[in-house]
Design a protein around this ligand. Structure first.
Ligand code: ZN
Length: 190
């Protein structure tokens, strides 16, 4: 029992309980639910569930990397999330480390002359943008906070490399770690 925020409540008359994770409220002084919730909202004490319409899926994009599918879901409220799944639709990477996945597009580099220049981007979308414009490109699939392993980066060993970071600090750090790892494997044409 707590003081009801919707009326001048001297003696606590608002019952608050939790039913299976759902907050139940009832003012014994007969304030309406709407009035109590509005008063709680004014005080920043009511976390509304995200309205369903706001999380309406507007687009799902899939990229294929080494037998896995990287699925990006964009929502009507501008949010997005990424998930990995297997070709059979099972979610997860089945224990495969993100950093050990090949670079997106690495399998398309075969046949480039060895003096070619390849751009590496953060993520598949930016790589697709370049590939569509006939610019040889690969994308990391690890997210900015992880780094492709040396084996994955060996796909770039034969070429000149341009690092194209996302325009944020995490993106710059991502590419700096990649540059360091590339020089570890003897790739210094960056
Ligand atoms: Zn009340």
């Amino acid at each position: 029992m707590v003081h009801c925020p919707a009326h001048n409540d001297e003696k606590p008359s608002l019952a608050v309980s939790d039913k299976d994770g759902k907050v139940l409220i009832r003012c014994w002084a007969k304030c309406s639910q709407e009035a109590v919730i509005a008063a709680l909202q004014e005080r920043g004490l009511w976390n509304q569930p995200r309205p369903k319409t706001a999380r309406r899926k507007v687009r799902v994009t899939e990229w294929r990397v080494a037998g896995y599918v990287h699925e990006k879901t964009e929502y009507g409220d501008g949010s997005k999330d990424f998930k990995w799944k297997r070709e059979d639709g099972t979610y997860g990477l089945n224990g495969t480390a993100l950093s050990s996945l090949p670079l997106y597009g690495a399998d398309k580099l075969d046949g480039l002359p060895s003096d070619a220049t390849v751009v590496i981007t953060e993520g598949e979308k930016a790589a697709d943008f370049l590939i569509k414009r006939q610019v040889p490109a690969v994308g990391t699939v690890t997210g900015a906070n992880e780094t492709p392993c040396a084996d994955s980066l060996k796909a770039l060993a034969a070429y000149n490399v341009i690092l194209w970071p996302d325009a944020d600090q995490a993106g710059r750090n991502h590419m700096e770690r990649i540059a360091a790892r590339l020089s570890e494997i003897g790739q210094n044409n960056i």
